[in-house]
Design a binder for this molecule. Structure first.
Ligand code: SF4
Length: 326
């Protein structure tokens, strides 16, 4: 690991002054960044520890809930406001990593997780446009079982690894950030990027901006997260589904939100798929039609054709479970 300087920030202003120094990175729980530093993928000159920055409250805000960026994943998953109003988020957080990692990982850090593409993690593979722009993509002609089926490019076929982010996408969360140019709010839909020709850029957050909080809007509490993986714990999603349903008193879907994980470089949403469900009874034919729309244009890689049918069935199952919740 490259040697680095360590600096602890007392508050947000302190953190923003420190990050202005070149080749500096924020350190939250460190559950992803430190691994990448050990592998030589990330090589910061300076780490700015922001875990003491007072941004960890979880409170009601504007009809919804505001979660501080430094709140730990385990605290958010267990919080009564989240469990009661946003079960999809609590379930997604609890499906990720291990209890020890969830105790360390912060909400802001989870938003910034990087792909688990094998070739990205292992610098002995020279080709990786995400690690070294312009070097190529080893996964294109390698083992592509965990890779994308939607939204990929010829420059990168990696998937986004976070469960939490899939739930936040379905909830239409807003990410609040602060930087030298002031504060701004980034809708979850435009926080992460598709790879295009710039797969080294995972998000639209600027290097000198600090995530301060995540806003969850008020929604109907009928929601669910389904994660399909190779083993039932401590594994990334092959496919996951975050579903939110608002069903009126006569049993008709008023509004639906769906996001897919494990299939693209960012949580995958298609508004037309959600529109198909509005005004329909919560039944299998409607779910299958929405699944077809959500997966339209899917292009599997050589080793992951199974993901298309797996996603289709997962969408139907997730919606069936969501509709049955009280
Ligand atoms: Fe790198 Fe993306 Fe290709 Fe993986 S899929 S090797 S992260 S460029």
């Amino acid at each position: 690991m490259r040697q680095f300087a360590y600096q602890r920030a007392a508050d947000a202003s302190d953190a923003l002054s420190a990050i202005a120094q070149p080749e500096s990175k924020f350190l939250g729980g460190g559950t992803n960044l430190v691994d990448l530093m050990k592998m030589g993928v990330e090589r910061p000159v300076r780490l700015i520890d922001i875990t003491r920055v007072p941004l960890s409250t979880i409170e009601e805000h504007g009809g919804g809930v505001r979660i501080g960026a430094m709140a730990r994943n385990s605290d958010v998953a267990a919080h009564p406001l989240i469990r009661q109003r946003y079960p999809v988020l609590s379930e997604a957080l609890l499906s990720g990593a291990s209890p020890q990692l969830r105790n360390m990982a912060t909400m802001g850090g989870n938003l910034m997780q990087r792909t688990r593409c094998y070739y990205f993690y292992d610098p002995s593979f020279r080709e990786c446009n995400k690690r070294t722009p312009g070097s190529g993509c080893a996964a294109l002609h390698g083992f592509s079982r965990i890779h994308a089926i939607l939204g990929a490019s010829q420059h990168c076929i990696a998937t986004h690894p976070s469960d939490m982010c899939v739930a936040l996408a379905a909830l239409e969360a807003v990410i609040n950030v602060r930087g030298p140019r002031g504060e701004r709010a980034i809708p979850m839909a435009s926080f992460h990027r598709l790879p295009g020709t710039t797969p080294h850029l995972d998000t639209n957050l600027q290097r000198d901006e600090l995530i301060t909080s995540i806003d969850l809007p008020s929604i109907a509490p009928r929601s669910h997260y389904l994660k399909i993986r190779d083993r039932n714990s401590y594994a990334f999603a092959l496919v996951s589904v975050a579903a939110v349903l608002d069903i009126d008193g006569s049993g008709v879907i008023r509004e639906a939100r769906l996001a897919l994980g494990g299939v693209s470089h960012k949580p995958w949403r298609v508004p037309e798929a959600e529109g198909i469900l509005a005004g329909r009874k919560p039944e299998e034919a409607a779910y299958k039609a929405a699944a077809d729309a959500l997966l339209k244009g899917a292009r599997p890689q050589r080793y992951n054709g199974f993901k298309v049918e797996l996603a289709r069935r997962s969408i139907v199952r997730a919606l069936t479970t969501t509709a049955a919740t009280a």
